[in-house]
Structures are given as C-alpha cells and as structure tokens.
Design a protein around this ligand. Structure first.
Ligand code: FAD
Length: 447
C-alpha cells in the first residue's frame, strides 16, 4: 500500500488500558478511524481491580480462566502522580478522590475513566470483545483481519471478523506469570502461587511464607503479610543477597535464591539456609503473550524478547501497519506510552517517516549486538532501566517535543527515593510539593 501524507486509515487498537486509551486518542487526533477492542466491560486494564483469582494460582495452566489484573487490594502507586499523567492531561487531585501523591489504585482508574470520557474515547471502544486473531490477509495492501468474540450467553460466544488497515497492540504485559525455576519445584507439597493471584493477606495468617523476588510487588506483599504470618522469607537472586533478618520485622529474613525444594516441604537456599514453608509466592514478573497474533513467524517472543521491533514499537517488515505500544518496563509508563502512541499515530498518517526496512532491521540487530557486548540477557530487551532518558528523548525528538525538565527530575528522584527508603515509607515521607518548590528555585541543580 502506498502511504500518503495525512491519509486516514481504519485502525484497530487491541486493549483499553492506559496504552490502548492513549493510542486511541492519538490516532483519533490524527483523523484515523479507530476501533478499540476491550475484553473487559470497562476501561482501565491493570487498574481495574478484580477480587477474583485464577483457578491455577501459579498461572501456568493454559486452560485456566484468565483474570487480567495483577492488582492487590491495598496497592498504592509506586510512582508519584506527577509522572503518571500525560503531557497535556495531568493526574490531578480531584474533589472526593484520594489526594495523596502516591494514591491508591482506585484513583488511577478514575483518572483513566475521566481521560477516556474527556476525549470521547468511550464511543470508540467495543467492550466485552476479546480479540482472538490478528492476521495479515493481504501483504500488498496490508489488510489485517481482526477476529473478536463476545459472549452471548454463559456458554455461547459469537465471533466476528473485520478488516483493518493497521493494528496497534496494547494488550498489556502483566498477566502471563513468569515463575522461578529450581530443582524440586514440582514435587514440593505446599501451596505455590504467583503474585498475579495475590489480593489480600488473610490467608497467610500463621503460615511460613517464602516470597521469591525483590521488585515492588515482593516488597509490598512482604510488608503486608509479615504482621500476620508466622515467618516470611524472601529469596532474592544475585550474589549480594545472603541470609539476614530484615530490618523493621521480627519474623522476616532475606536469603539468596532457592537451591532446591523437597517432598517433605523443606526448602534449601543457595546460602545453605533451610526453611520448612507452607507457601511460596513467586513475585517474579511476567511474560509477553500475544496468543491472537498470527504473523507467519515475523514477530516472535523469544525469552521475553518481542522481536524484531524497531525501537520497541514497529516490526520493520510490517511497519507502520503493525505496532506495539507499552512493552517497555523499568521506565515511567505514562510518558513512554504517550510518546510511543503519538509516534505510531503520526507515522501511520505519513506525517513522520521511518527509516527503510533494511535500516530498521540493522538498527534492531545492532541493538541486540550492543546488548550482547554489555552482557545484558535477552529477556532484558525491553527493560529501560539503563537508557530510559535516552529512549524518551529519542522518541520526543522524532516528534519534535521537549519533555519538561520537571518530568526528568521527578523520575530521577523517584528512583533515588525508592532506593533510599526501602519499603513503602517513601510514599509518605517524600513531600513532593516542598521538593518541587525547591526544584523551581534558581539554586536547584538538575541531575
Ligand atoms: P493493561 O493495563 O494491562 O491493559 C491491557 C488491556 O488489554 C486490558 O484492559 C485487557 O483487558 C485488554 N486485553 C488484553 N488482551 C485482550 C484481547 N485479546 N482482546 C481485547 N482486549 C484485550 N505503573 C505506574 O505508572 N505506576 C504504578 O504505580 C504502577 N504499579 C503497578 C503495579 C502492578 C501490580 C502492575 C502489574 C503494574 C503497575 N504499573 C504501574 C504498570 C502498569 O501496568 C502500567 O502503568 C499501565 O497500566 C499498563 O497499561 P497497558 O495498557 O499497557 O496494559
């Protein structure tokens, strides 16, 4: 298909979470005809708390009924609201809402619902429509068939196929659990679950619980269950983690990773320590999963690398007609998603160009080679921990946008604060209003 500058296309967006809503807004702004498919009956994605958990608490049974969100009931955001809004639509405190800088999850849902309403996005969304197939039907014209299904009765589904000229995939990245590997895992007799299926602490009362991981969920869950549990043991990968009691808890210890598990309930850690536990909670992150995407092997997921993708967004040979928004992690989601969505919308309408297919492919391969040189494992492909600012600034330059300085300062400071105040105290300890006043003073030096 010959792409003409400023032309409008029929575009399908898969998912009505943050990424899908922002993509829909940007595509609509460019004049495209947008249809958003959302399998839930509301917008919000991750932020739509669901008290249900999956039938397989570890989340490995492919036939389990999937619950999309991984939120636990008490979750408060781990980034200040100042960086959770969008460039022209800040995440402001509202009457009757949760005024904290790090509010509870309900406040984020309200913000996203307001965003969708304020930009007229609700009308674009087909709720309770799950996409089951996205397939390129005509390479020359880049026509995609999107097959969706909707429930008509408890046991009956109705399917429909529609043709679109472009597809933007925004189905989220925190639903398909990744679990820790260790010898004896499958014969260990206790309850094993993934943090995806953790909601409230009550079931851990008087239990000995081993938590695997050291990310925000592990830290939050540890803090929440320690007051009720008999003992909590946190297993952390890496050479720096050895047996020690955790500060602020009488009944919680940190260990190195689990070496092996035994039939009698014994867990042996790599540091030689031994614990008999009732429960293991894998707080070990998620896998990218696009069960609906039939791309003839052009886009694959290999060891959590979705590729090949130019700048984490466009598969070179299918660009700009297929794109992904929101794959990156260890980066501030809102701005990353917003800039990616703007980029996709403008590239689809031909207002911004992409390099040639060969040049994009070379860029992806060069990125993989650079990862190898630096010793970064493949599964860190979409991790922006070390190049968040560089990436954001690159996309912003493509768009001729300059992200405000305060954004960079708060992001940098958020990461520092989280390290400085281990656990959740940083959420209330950090007086951001005061800090922003200082930041705006002439004496403030940027990082
Ligand atoms: P999602 O929010 O997951 O949305 C994907 C949507 O796609 C869902 O609505 C889903 O129903 C829909 N969908 C999926 N498959 C299909 C299909 N086949 N057909 C139709 N619809 C489909 N970010 C922050 O900025 N601050 C935080 O404090 C923070 N805390 C987090 C805590 C947890 C526990 C988790 C898991 C994530 C957290 N995040 C946080 C990251 C958060 O996920 C992102 O900010 C953002 O919400 C991701 O949006 P998304 O649209 O990419 O994905």
């Amino acid at each position: 298909m010959v792409q003409k500058m400023g032309q409008c296309y029929k575009v399908s967006v898969i998912g009505g979470g943050t990424a899908g809503l922002v993509a829909a807004r940007e595509l609509q702004r460019e004049g495209h005809h947008v249809t958003v498919f959302e399998k839930a009956n509301r917008v919000g994605g991750t932020w739509l708390y669901d008290p249900r958990v999956e039938t397989d608490p570890l989340g490995i049974d492919p036939n389990r009924e999937i619950v999309h969100t991984s939120l636990y009931k008490s979750l408060r955001v781990n980034l200040p609201r100042q960086v959770m809004g969008f460039l022209d639509y800040p995440f402001l405190k509202k009457d009757g809402g949760d005024p904290r800088h790090f509010p509870g999850h309900q406040e984020v849902l309200r913000f996203l619902e307001d965003f969708a309403r304020d930009f007229g996005l609700m009308e674009l969304i087909r709720f309770e429509h799950e996409v089951v197939r996205v397939e390129l039907v005509d390479e020359a014209s880049h026509e995609w068939v999107v097959e969706s299904r909707t429930r008509t009765t408890e046991s009956k589904w109705e399917s429909k196929e529609e043709i679109f000229e472009a597809v933007v995939i925004c189905n989220g990245k925190s639903t398909e659990p990744k679990i820790a590997e260790f010898s004896g895992r499958d014969i260990w007799p206790g309850l094993q679950m993934h943090s995806h299926n953790y909601r409230t602490p009550q079931q851990f009362e008087n239990k000995t619980v081993v938590l695997i991981g050291n990310g925000p969920s592990a830290v939050d869950i540890l803090r929440e269950i320690a007051p009720l549990a008999k003992q909590v043991h946190q297993a952390v990968r890496g050479p720096n983690f050895k047996l020690k009691r955790l500060e602020k808890h009488d009944n919680a210890w940190q260990h190195s990773m689990i070496e092996c598990a035994h039939k009698d309930g014994k867990l042996v850690f790599q540091d030689g320590s031994i614990v008999y536990a009732d429960v293991i909670i894998h707080c070990t992150g998620y896998k990218y999963h696009f069960p609906f995407l039939k791309s003839n092997g052009i886009v694959t997921v290999d060891d959590n690398r979705v590729g090949p993708l130019y700048k984490h967004v466009f598969p070179p040979s299918l660009a700009p007609w297929l794109s992904f928004v929101g794959l990156n992690y260890k980066a501030v989601p809102a701005i990353t998603i917003e800039l990616q969505a703007k980029w996709v919308a403008k590239v689809v309408s031909g207002k911004l160009g992409l390099p040639t297919q060969a040049a994009m492919t070379y860029s992806v391969e060069e990125f993989y080679r650079e990862m190898e040189r630096k010793g970064w494992p493949k599964h860190h492909t979409h991790n922006l921990l070390y190049n968040e600012f560089e990436y954001i600034e690159w996309v912003a330059r493509e768009l001729d946008i300059r992200p405000p300085n305060w954004w960079k300062n708060i992001t940098y400071e958020s990461h520092v604060k989280m390290l400085r105040y281990y656990g959740s105290e940083y959420r209330d300890a950090w007086d951001i209003d005061e800090w922003m006043l200082e930041m705006n003073s002439p004496n403030f030096s940027t990082p």
